[in-house]
Design a binder for this molecule. Structure first.
Ligand SMILES: CC(C)(COP(=O)(O)OP(=O)(O)OC[C@H]1O[C@@H](n2cnc3c(N)ncnc32)[C@H](O)[C@@H]1OP(=O)(O)O)[C@@H](O)C(=O)NCCC(=O)NCCS
Length: 179
């Protein structure tokens, strides 16, 4: 996983020291309510430990699931994801669609500071610098906060799609700028 920096933020690999933060963030309904086909909050620290192990095992030079922390004091803020997005399908598990998805989950205590936008913008630049031609983001219709992040990082809203996750989502697309 490629560490990334911005003015205020560091995007780095997760570690077991982050289990408490991950559990605190993903056990909150306001974080989970728009995530997944059937949203549910994380039930115990074991789930946080397992998810960190899964994120750490993703060994890819472009994609990753980063821990986002504030440079000034090392305070953990949230998660930034760049990963293959599953297609809609009758098959289980859902097969890859061939597209790459960007996503963001931040702790409610730090919403409203532009951290998600700053982290996502850096990850998107990393994706394009690494040669990806296109990155997509999908949100639930009611998730206006997430749609605003996609808009702020320059993604184009393309309406609804049923292409991914066996769900109807709002689709946002960013295309690699001409160099
Ligand atoms: C989606 C989510 C990350 C958005 O968080 P956010 O804090 O609203 O987004 P940003 O970090 O871009 O911050 C933007 C806000 O900070 C303000 N802000 C303050 N300083 C700023 C700065 N330096 N730069 C940009 N914005 C700044 C903006 O005005 C905006 O405020 P507003 O919401 O009142 O319009 C957050 O709601 C979340 O984690 N939700 C739960 C998980 C989720 O649903 N994820 C998406 C799944 S598709």
């Amino acid at each position: 996983m490629h560490p990334l920096d911005t003015d205020r933020l560091q995007l780095r690999a997760w570690s077991d020291e982050d289990i408490g933060f991950v559990f605190d963030m993903y056990s909150r309904w306001e974080v989970q309510r728009f995530i997944g086909l059937v949203p549910r909050v994380m039930a115990d620290r074991g789930e946080a430990e397992a998810v960190i192990a899964r994120w750490r095992s993703l060994d890819d030079p472009v994609c990753g699931v980063w821990a986002v922390q504030r440079r000034a004091d090392g305070h953990l803020l949230g998660t930034l994801l760049l990963k293959p997005i599953p297609a809609s399908s009758d098959r289980t598990p859902l097969p890859p669609s061939g597209d790459i998805e960007i996503g963001w989950h931040f702790h409610p205590d730090v919403w409203g500071h532009g951290y998600a936008t700053e982290a996502a913008s850096r990850a998107l630049k990393h994706a394009f610098d690494s040669g990806l031609p296109e990155v997509v983001a999908v949100t639930k219709e009611a998730n206006t906060a997430s749609q605003a992040v996609a808009g702020r990082i320059g993604m184009t809203h393309q309406g609804k799609t049923t292409r991914y996750y066996n769900a109807t989502c709002e689709l946002f697309v960013a295309t690699r700028p001409a160099s």
